[in-house]
Design a protein around this ligand. Structure first.
Ligand SMILES: Nc1nc2c(ncn2[C@@H]2O[C@H](COP(=O)(O)OP(=O)(O)OP(=O)(O)O)[C@@H](O)[C@H]2O)c(=O)[nH]1
Ligand SMILES: [Mg+2]
Length: 353
């Protein structure tokens, strides 16, 4: 059981927990035949706490570069000023801009900070830092959970080439599977045969079904078949991989709309998440991509990948503030378990702790 449980509705969560607990106890009792309930409870709790701690460590480790970059600069400013005056705010705003927060959001954060500092009358740098942390946390909070309450639900994954779409699908498939969900993956990136093979490696690893056609076939037809298979097999979640594309390629954007139409036609009542995958290492460029993609796709959330390789993790803030697109997942490495639900408090804590 891990942090991904936040994804589920409360009642689903309870049901899921007991299923997982049962599976876990079954595993334990097959490993150790003599077992009392009390001992199993303790062991379950220990296992849970270990996983929670590992998850936090992954976020911490993934954000290390961002922390060393932007937060340490903010700390320097906060600690070097003895009074909180206009010079302080000017310097802070400049630092935020240099940290990929962008001019608009940096100005708004400083404005809000100025107001709150005035209201509280504080001159204590530690308190100012706490207020700043609160402001960032408030910007990031809201809409972070995936809505997957229908059976099946659909997650369509879109983005430019190399952003991390296929990898994210593989990681999600493994996560959902380990949470007891039946997953079907649609190989709707039919652009290259290698793309289908790459996805197949991930689905084998995750132990989930894949629906694929040959290279060059119609991606919408693959999705149609995946939906039929999901209905026939009683799947919980359909994950659609799509080919990387630039927002200015009109025919490719039309292709995405066609896939979306098929999903809406075949599963009119289903929960559909359209996740835009953005590579955090591209900084402000990722914000522009989000802006342009949202013009032709109904994006419901962002997956921010490669946070482990960059100091630019701050771009989460303008994406949410300026485009009102919530970050739902973060990629913190290339391995199957390097995907985390985005929990604003955990992100801000990892940055400022
Ligand atoms: N360090 C790191 N690497 C990642 C992460 N996510 C993806 N990658 C790497 O990024 C590269 C591209 O990932 P893919 O999943 O193939 O990207 P894609 O968006 O499917 O690419 P196309 O199908 O070509 O459009 C691979 O080498 C991945 O291992 C991450 O969170 N951290
Ligand atoms: Mg791909």
């Amino acid at each position: 059981m891990g942090l991904f449980d936040r994804w589920k509705k409360k009642n689903e969560q309870a049901e899921q927990e007991s299923r997982e607990r049962l599976a876990f106890l079954e595993k334990l009792s097959s490993d150790t035949p003599i077992f009392t309930d009390h001992e199993s409870d303790i062991q379950f709790q220990q296992e849970y706490e270990k996983e929670l701690e590992e998850s936090k460590n992954k976020i911490r480790e993934g954000l290390r570069k961002t922390k060393d970059g932007f937060v340490s600069r903010i700390e320097q400013i906060v600690n070097s000023f003895t009074k909180i005056d206009e010079d302080f705010f000017d310097e802070l705003e400049e630092t935020l801009i240099l940290s990929d927060i962008g001019a608009q959001t940096s100005a708004e954060i400083c404005e809000e900070l100025r107001d709150r500092v005035k209201k509280t009358g504080t001159t204590d740098p530690a308190e100012v830092k706490q207020i700043l942390k609160d402001i960032i946390s408030e910007i990031l909070t809201g809409g972070n959970d995936l809505h997957l309450n229908s059976k099946p639900s659909v997650i369509m994954v879109i983005g430019v080439n190399g952003a991390g779409k296929t990898t994210t699908i593989g990681k999600m498939a493994a996560r959902f599977r380990s949470n007891g969900k039946k997953v079907i993956v649609a190989a709707a990136d039919t652009f290259r045969a290698a793309a289908i093979d790459q996805l197949n490696v991930w689905t084998d690893r995750a132990g989930v079904d894949i629906i694929k056609h040959s290279e060059g076939s119609d991606p919408a037809a693959v999705v149609f078949d995946a939906i039929s298979a999901a209905k026939a097999r009683g799947a919980d979640i359909i994950l659609c991989d799509t080919a990387g594309r630039l927002h200015n390629k009109k025919n490719l954007m039309e292709e995405l709309k066609k896939i979306a139409r098929i999903i809406n036609r075949e599963l009119p009542e289903a929960c559909v998440e359209t996740l835009l995958v953005l590579d955090a290492t591209t900084g402000q460029n990722a914000v522009n991509q989000a802006r342009l993609f949202s013009e032709s796709a109904d994006i419901t959330g962002i997956v921010l990948t490669k946070l482990d390789g960059t100091a630019k993790g701050g771009i989460i803030i303008p994406i949410k503030n300026e485009l009102n697109l919530p970050v739902k997942l973060i990629g913190v490495g290339e391995k199957i378990d390097d995907l985390q639900p985005f929990i604003p408090e955990a992100y801000v804590d990892a940055l400022f702790e």
